[in-house]
Each structure stands twice: as structure tokens, then as C-alpha cells.
Design a protein around this ligand. Structure first.
Ligand code: ZN
Length: 219
């Protein structure tokens, strides 16, 4: 009763080992490749902060604000003068578009019906990868973005227009800067905005220097 079993097991094992070993090797190589291609780039330290500009046209003054419950570092932009509806939203810095579509649901807030049904999330939105693990995002746009995923954009290139889609009370641009996996304080033209926490209402005024120097070309 005890003599046949080990022999059968040995035979069995000898027969399957090469295939199993091959599978293990292939699996290990695939896992190493996955680590090399996906995980390592995410672990490398972020690059230096790009010289972000305000995401609105050069020379305009906008109010940057936050309020309790907004989320730390998030900035809502309202023009200091004039209507917010339809104002151009520009890329803060050159990069590649990684999101351009609908986040959540649009709702029904338009210039003709500003108190229409409120949507969810970001509404029409754009996200840009600036390299070095730096990203910016632009929410609540009026219409589908003017850019598409994979497109290269220059600093100052128009992404869309200010609206009130998604979870938005009034027309404005919700804007974020991200480094790696975390949101960080927004900086514009080399200076921090000062908006770091959402425990109180806060507003600062800044003038845009988004004059698209990299599109002027050589003199
Ligand atoms: Zn916001």
C-alpha cells in the first residue's frame, strides 16, 4: 500500500516539471517587466516644479478662492471683472492631455439656465501631464473640451471655456496642481498662491502672466 505512491508521485512530478518551470519563468519575467515598466516610473522622484501660469488669458485678474469642505489645495477661479461664463481656459504649462471628457455627470447649468439641475463631479474636464510626474486639471467646463486625449498642448493653448457643469454652484473654473499622487499648493508664475487648506473661506487675487512665451518662437 505504501510502495506505489512515491514512485507514482516522482513520475508525475518529473513529467510536469519542465512545463511548470517554464510557466514560472515566464510569470517571473512578466512580473519583473511589469515592475520595470509600470511601478518604477511611479516611484521615481518627481521632477522640478514647472513654471505654471494662471489658466486664463495674459493680463486678466482673477480671484482664487476656497471654502470649507472644498478640499485642501483646490482652487476655484472667478474673474475679478465681467461674466465668468464662456471665458477661455488655458493650459497652465505645456504637456500632453491625459483626460478630456466628462467626469461624473454634466447636470443642466448653462448661461440660459444658471440654476438648472446640478450635476456630479467635474463635468466637462481636462487633465494634462506635464512630465516629471506633474499634472494639472480643469473642471466644470461649459462644453466638451477643445482638446483630445494624447494631444500635445502648448502653454497658453485654449482647453475649453468656463462653465458650470458637474457639481458646481456658479460658473467658475475648479483647478488643481498635482505632483505624483498628491495635490500640492498651486503656484503661478513662480509664486505660491497661499491656498493650502480648506478650513476657512479664502480669496486671493492674481493677474495672469500666461502669455505663452513658448509659442512666440525664436526672435
Ligand atoms: Zn472647486
Amino acid at each position: 500500500m505504501t510502495t506505489g505512491s512515491p514512485a507514482r508521485t516522482r513520475t508525475h512530478r518529473r513529467g510536469r516539471s519542465p512545463a511548470v518551470r517554464t510557466l514560472l519563468v515566464v510569470g517571473a519575467v512578466a512580473a519583473l517587466l511589469a515592475v520595470a515598466l509600470v511601478v518604477v516610473p511611479l516611484l521615481r522622484p518627481p521632477g522640478p516644479r514647472p513654471l505654471f501660469q494662471l489658466p486664463v488669458p495674459c493680463g486678466e485678474t482673477w480671484r482664487l478662492s476656497t471654502y470649507p469642505g472644498h478640499d485642501d489645495y483646490d482652487v476655484d477661479l472667478f474673474p475679478a471683472t465681467g461674466e465668468a461664463w464662456g471665458r477661455p481656459v488655458l493650459a497652465s504649462y505645456a504637456g500632453t492631455v491625459t483626460e478630456a471628457g466628462i467626469n461624473g455627470s454634466l447636470g443642466g447649468r448653462t448661461p440660459d439656465d444658471p440654476d438648472g439641475p446640478r450635476g456630479l463631479g467635474g463635468g466637462h474636464w481636462v487633465k494634462i501631464d506635464h512630465g516629471g510626474r506633474w499634472e494639472t486639471q480643469y473642471l466644470h467646463l461649459l462644453e466638451p473640451p477643445l482638446v483630445r486625449v494624447g494631444q500635445r498642448v502648448a502653454q497658453g493653448e485654449q482647453l475649453g471655456r468656463v462653465g458650470s457643469t458637474g457639481n458646481s454652484g456658479a460658473p467658475h473654473l475648479h483647478y488643481e496642481q498635482r505632483r505624483g499622487w498628491e495635490k500640492v499648493e498651486t503656484w503661478f508664475d513662480g509664486a505660491p498662491s497661499g491656498i493650502t487648506v480648506d478650513d476657512t473661506e479664502q480669496t486671493v487675487e492674481r493677474r495672469s502672466h500666461n502669455c505663452a512665451p513658448d509659442r512666440r518662437g525664436p526672435a
